[in-house]
Design a protein around this ligand. Structure first.
Ligand SMILES: C[S@@+](CC[C@H](N)C(=O)[O-])C[C@H]1O[C@@H](n2cnc3c(N)ncnc32)[C@H](O)[C@@H]1O
Length: 377
């Protein structure tokens, strides 16, 4: 098998640009951005490096093949023509997932089962097996994605999504995905020498992701990826990626990051999560109502994910919260304030018009990322 691969980093809608930037920073060029994904070329080492380093992507997949298919026969034959034996051993446990959009082959369960049959048939021929495949070995997740009759077959290298960093041992209600929290930090101009405050910290996701970024710690340092179980991948790609991560982490970088929340329990959870992430003393945690927030410096970054007031009876409380925060931050005009909320009237209650807004999805909830740039001194 050739060591030249086409990899696909998938991303939540709206985060493709950040993923592209991250890939460029990792040294990958010739990147192709599409809805929800960035496609790039790499050798085997890219599987390890991108899984370990991408902060805002959901997962990394290997592109196996792309072709048009308008009938189940075509889907079967073209899937069977792919060199699956290069990737899957004879005892592979083959798990096929699928999606289809605006295509003749719209029945996803049928497409999945045809792809599975085609792969099994190919492996039986290649491995000279005349009975059923045992499928007693490592799990391989194949995805068949069909868009406007164009089929993309890919193999997942990640396993549990990249947001599962391994540090979140507990969480509050409605936590941010770690990938989105990293994106919120990356969408600001914050640099690790600047003060950063999250006054609605919940499980502590924003401060923890900021600290990992600030000290250049690889977000996947604390976890495994499914491709680590693939015997044909040299162990050296994982060892070298971890070595590189260890070499370039900057554990000496001082940080001024604080997470606060009105809820005691949230602060306990955030503290434990930070401990698990190995960031024990790096972040200051405190129980505080945002109404008591008084920034200690006249310049800094506030990044927050307050309650949105989705339940009707929470609305008044949430709106008064936004207006208290706006009232406080008016006295700190050099602070850069970034708020993610789905409340459409946020600016009205906050009392200041945002310098910029960006649409993002928090899970399935469409939200706006309101950005208030601080006055330059
Ligand atoms: C959407 S959650 C934040 C989730 C967090 N980003 C995470 O990843 O876990 C909103 C948080 O705001 C907190 N909160 C609500 N009212 C508050 C107030 N008046 N002052 C400070 N925090 C408050 C809640 O306790 C909750 O933890």
């Amino acid at each position: 098998m050739t060591n030249q691969l086409t990899l696909i980093a998938t991303a939540a809608m709206g985060l493709e640009g950040l993923v592209k930037q991250e890939l460029q920073d990792l040294g990958y060029h010739d990147l192709q951005t599409e809805n929800g994904k960035v496609i790039f070329k790499s050798d085997f080492s890219g599987i390890a490096r991108t899984n370990l380093w991408l902060r805002t992507a959901d997962r990394v997949k290997v592109l196996i093949e792309e072709f048009n298919a308008y009938s189940f026969d075509e889907l079967f034959e073209q899937t069977k023509a792919c060199p699956w034996e290069d990737w899957l051993p004879e005892d592979a446990f083959i798990h096929v997932v699928g999606k289809s959009h605006k295509s003749k082959l719209y029945s996803v369960p049928d497409c999945q089962s045809i792809v599975k049959k085609a792969i099994v048939s190919r492996l039986q021929e290649q491995y000279h097996i005349h009975s059923r495949l045992e499928e007693s070995g490592v799990r391989y997740k194949v995805e068949v994605a069909i868009l406007k009759d164009r089929v993309t077959l890919s193999l997942d290298t990640t396993g549990a999504g990249l947001h599962k960093r391994g540090y979140r041992i507990d969480q509050v209600e409605a936590p941010l995905k770690e990938t989105l929290a990293a994106a919120l930090v990356k969408l600001t101009n914050w640099t690790p020498d600047k003060t950063l405050v999250d006054p609605f910290t919940g499980s502590g996701t924003i401060p923890i992701e900021a600290a990992l970024i600030g000290q250049n710690i690889a977000p996947g340092f604390n976890r495994d990826f499914s491709a680590q179980e693939w015997d044909f991948l040299p162990q050296s790609i994982w060892d070298e990626a971890l070595e590189e991560a260890e070499d370039i982490a900057n554990y000496d970088q001082p940080l001024s990051i604080t997470g606060s929340d009105i809820d005691h329990n949230a602060i306990e959870i955030a503290t434990n999560n930070a401990l698990e992430a190995g960031l024990a003393d790096l972040i200051e945690w405190k129980q505080m109502n945002v109404k008591d927030l008084r920034p200690k410096s006249d310049v800094g970054y506030l990044i927050g994910n307050p309650p949105y007031g989705e339940r009707l009876n929470d609305r008044d409380e949430v709106e008064s919260l936004y207006s208290s925060l706006g009232g406080i931050m008016k006295d700190f005009p050099k602070w850069n304030v970034y708020i993610l909320t789905a409340h459409e009237k946020f600016e009205k209650h906050y009392g200041i018009q945002a310098s910029k807004k960006r649409k993002l999805f928090n899970g399935f909830i469409k939200a706006d990322y309101y950005q208030f740039f601080g006055k330059k001194s």
